[in-house]
Write a protein that binds this ligand. Structure first.
Ligand code: DC
Length: 437
């Protein structure tokens, strides 16, 4: 699945670009501006000033908006009736800009937009797709062009449709709308931190499409890559060593998602856990590791090549968490130990979990994968029996996120951790079986 967010001011050519890319990739194109336009036109039709938040909000419950895709083309049904070109007039544009500044309208449209991207690969254009609607989109483009170039294009578009206007009028309205859209308090039209900025003032429509396809294809290729070469070699060497010194049984490998972002969570008994998962998981793992390792010159390169992300364990390391989110967002697997640190007791039920894993899953929109390391003892012993049990992934939509609160992060982490305990058959509290190191 791939989600592409195209944001930028009016007239930058977002919709032609998105249509062309959608066609080339065989995915759905969602024009979110049309939703705001539909609400704007509906309010005008009722004689309501589209900037009057009270009246607009009061009328929203009478409005039933549905999005359908017929032969790949988006159709908006307003109270069961398909809307047409009436939402493309200059008046509709100004009304759309006015209603789009209202919190109640943005809230009203939020889930309609998100739901489409939940189960489909989409390219969605608008103003806040990369920042608010799909912050976890794999590709984000902020498309812009000079106001003159955009007004020229919009004027040609309107004239071709037989709508009478002048270039000056289009230019003035465009500048006014740009100001409204980019300075409003709610979801202003600004690039996301991780968006690629593309100015197409000097590019043709085909040139713009090619530039974006290049970015998208690079992303798709990157996501398909299973291991980097260094990781692959290390993995072989570690596999040989571990298989010769331990009896490792792996179950549930069929549960491992073949692609897409994953936050893998495991109980943590000893240092060997990260290697046990590394050699049995068929895709490269990334993990957080204390930053002290990265201070040793050669070690630092080795750790990075091995997929480690430096973490300051002294306090809240926001940068490390952001990097971890990016990994899962880019369709990779991030391995975490929600117990926070190694717990030598072999019954994971003996510990409390932290909320970090849930938080990373929320921000990256990744599924969570429970893994249980089960062993009859903690200390290193030649030919010790160890079982690595992969559970079924818990889908993002099953993790109970609504507002992204710390409580939700903790609940999601606990849900996965309960599953880990279940996989290992650790249902009773607490156990003192096995040796303690
Ligand atoms: O892209 P467009 O010209 O059809 O958008 C119409 C208006 O809707 C525009 O002035 C800004 C607003 N809009 C928005 O605020 N957020 C979106 N995701 C899409 C459009």
């Amino acid at each position: 699945m791939i989600r592409i967010a195209i944001d930028g001011p009016g007239g930058a050519g977002k919709s032609s670009l998105a249509k062309a890319v959608a066609k080339r990739l065989g995915i759905i194109y969602v024009d979110t501006g049309a939703l705001y336009r539909t609400i704007g036109v509906y309010m005008l039709g009722k004689g309501i000033n589209p900037s009057d938040e009270e009246k607009v909000s009061a009328n929203l419950p009478d409005l039933k908006l549905e999005l359908k895709f017929i032969d790949g083309n988006q159709v908006i049904l307003l109270n069961g009736k398909a809307v047409g070109d009436e939402i493309r007039t200059p008046e509709a544009s100004m009304a759309a800009s006015a209603v789009s500044a209202l919190g109640s309208v943005r809230e009203f449209l939020l889930m309609t937009q998100r739901n489409i991207a939940e189960n489909n690969s989409v390219i969605m254009d608008g103003r806040d797709i990369g920042t608010v609607i799909l912050p976890y989109a794999e590709v984000k483009i902020f498309l812009t062009a000079s106001p003159e170039a955009r007004a020229k294009r919009r004027f040609a578009e309107l004239t071709a449709k037989g709508i009478e206007t002048t270039y000056e009028k289009v230019y003035t309205e465009m500048v006014e709308r740009d100001k409204n859209d980019s300075t409003r308090a709610l979801a202003p039209c600004v690039p996301a931190d991780d968006a690629v900025l593309l100015d197409n003032s000097e590019l043709t429509a085909e040139g713009t499409t090619d530039a974006v396809l290049k970015i998208v294809n690079k992303e798709i290729k990157q996501r398909k890559k299973k291991f980097n070469p260094f990781y692959r070699v290390c993995r072989i060497l570690i596999t040989v060593f571990m298989r010769l010194t331990m009896i490792i049984k792996v179950t549930g490998k069929e549960n491992i998602p073949a692609e897409g972002g994953v936050v893998l969570c495991s109980n943590h008994i000893g240092i060997r856990d990260v290697f046990l998962i590394g050699i049995t998981y068929p895709r490269q793992l990334f993990f957080l590791s204390k930053k002290e390792w990265f201070k040793i010159p050669v070690m630092s390169s080795v750790m990075r090549a091995w997929g480690a992300i430096p973490l300051d364990r002294g306090g809240k390391d926001v940068g490390a968490l952001k990097n971890a989110v990016v990994v899962a967002k880019k369709g990779k697997t991030l391995a975490l130990f929600p117990q926070g640190t190694r717990k030598p007791g072999i019954n994971p039920k003996d510990t409390q979990v932290k909320s970090g894993a849930g938080m990373i899953a929320y921000h990256s929109h990744a599924d969570m994968l429970p893994v249980c390391i089960k062993t009859d003892g903690v200390k290193y012993r030649f030919m010790r029996k160890i079982e690595v049990i992969y559970g079924k992934p818990i889908k993002y939509s099953e993790l109970g996120f609504e507002r992204g609160s710390v409580g939700e992060f903790k609940d999601a982490t606990s849900k996965v951790f309960d599953e880990i305990c279940e996989l290992g058959g650790y249902s009773s509290l607490p156990s003192d079986e096995g040796e303690q190191s």
